[in-house]
Design a protein around this ligand. Structure first.
Ligand code: GTR
Length: 395
């Protein structure tokens, strides 16, 4: 709880220090880069062409200009259940602490995962997996903990998992290199489009999905990767990279997450690259006050989830993350989902506060209140996941 307060305070301070436009009348106009035209000018009018041509192009543009590559190779991965309690949450769940050891070139890193699995499940369960930047102590299963409400999630028939990003890349300007980058992929640091912190966090989530694939109680084809704010940026990039992610949930990910960068409202590329340069490749800073020259915008990141599902959550008082800019990105991503025969038709205007909009495989809400992830948000994620898994025949 204390840690959450500190985050809230820091967040309020940053937003106050770097006053950005929050006046809708001053937003101005912008033109988004084309989703459905390839770099050589070819019309992308089918799912096949999207997968073969445009998707790889856009992934590479995000790698080179924003988040860096995500290395896929390592020599070995091993899992060890360090703790297990079959009577957790008053007997409703099994708790496991799992260590994930990843080895490359004789170097090792360890990611610790906290995991609750419902005991009454008759078959493998879908799992929520949180990329947590708020510290391990925020993954406690106490009923007051709305950020990671394990019991509520268990009651809804899902497993609840999470890991602390510090195991893969500490959220710190210089220390971020200390885990996966220095130990496993040192060459990434010498490459201009090598992995940086946000990419490393997503890489960590993928290793937990590797573990899920070995745990018979989990349905690894129904993994919902969730991130709040900076964690939400990482969740979207993870989902774009790792097609095992069934649903990517972005909670108030804002700038360089779900928000349209060209929309001059809330946090800008200038601020984010100045305050958090280590989240991105160095080239991203060249787009500070120069967003119109970005070869991508964030609607393209959401589109990389197609035909899988993406959920964008906002909070009405979180102007820094630009609720409307996040909604408009989802609207602008729709043409790619249409290529996969999803007839989504999101309203032009953002839905009213606290009203969930579901047009599978897309979902959105903008709740009352400020920057946080709470029970209201989680209940919407569960409703969305329930609908999606019920309706998606592939699952
Ligand atoms: C802010 C940052 C945002 C967002 C947020 C958070 O200070 O400017 O982009 O990531 O932190 O993670 O809570």
């Amino acid at each position: 709880m204390k840690r959450q307060l500190i985050y809230l305070l820091l967040f309020t301070l940053t937003t106050a220090l770097f006053a950005q436009n929050t006046d809708e009348s001053k937003v101005g106009t912008y033109v988004l880069p084309e989703l459905l035209k390839s770099q050589s000018g070819e019309e992308i009018n089918s799912a096949e062409k999207w997968n073969a041509i445009r998707r790889p192009e856009i992934l590479k543009l995000f790698e080179d200009n924003v988040y860096g590559q995500v290395p896929k190779d390592f020599d070995k991965i091993e899992f060890k259940v360090l703790e297990q309690n079959k009577k957790a949450l008053t007997g409703k769940a099994t708790y496991k602490k799992v260590a994930i050891y990843v080895i490359r070139n004789k170097k090792i890193i360890t990611i610790l995962t906290d995991l609750f699995i419902p005991n009454n499940a008759k078959k493998p369960v879908p799992a929520f997996l949180v990329i947590n930047h708020r510290g391990g102590e925020t993954m406690n299963a106490s009923p007051e903990n709305e950020f990671w409400p394990a019991e509520e999630i268990i009651n809804s028939g899902y497993a609840m998992a999470g890991f602390d990003v510090k195991d893969v890349a500490p959220d710190h300007k210089t220390d971020y290199v200390n885990q996966v980058l220095t130990r496993l992929y040192p060459e990434q640091m010498t490459q201009p489009s090598g992995m940086r912190a946000l990419g490393a966090w997503g890489w960590g989530a993928s290793r937990i999905i590797d573990y899920f694939e070995t745990d018979k109680t989990i349905d690894a084809k129904k993994v919902i990767v969730v991130g709040h704010s900076r964690g939400g940026k990482a969740a979207l990039w993870c989902g774009a990279q790792d097609e095992r992610v069934a649903i990517a949930v972005s909670n108030e990910s804002g700038n360089s997450g779900a928000k349209i960068s060209r929309r001059n409202f809330g946090e800008t590329v200038e601020t984010i690259t100045r305050v958090f340069p280590y989240w991105f490749v160095p080239k991203y800073a060249t787009f500070a006050n120069n967003e119109n020259n970005l070869p991508i915008d964030q609607h393209m990141l959401l589109a990389l989830m197609a035909p899988r599902a993406v959920y964008v959550a906002s909070a009405a008082d979180d102007g820094w993350a630009d609720p409307k800019g996040q909604y408009l990105a989802l609207v602008a991503a729709q043409p790619v989902f249409e290529l996969f025969n999803f007839k989504t038709n999101l309203p032009e205007n953002m839905p009213s506060n606290n009203v969930q909009e579901i047009q599978l495989p897309l979902g959105f809400h903008n709740r009352d209140g400020g920057h946080d992830m709470n029970l209201f948000d989680w209940r919407q994620f569960v409703k969305f996941a329930d609908e999606y898994f019920k309706n998606n025949n592939n699952k």
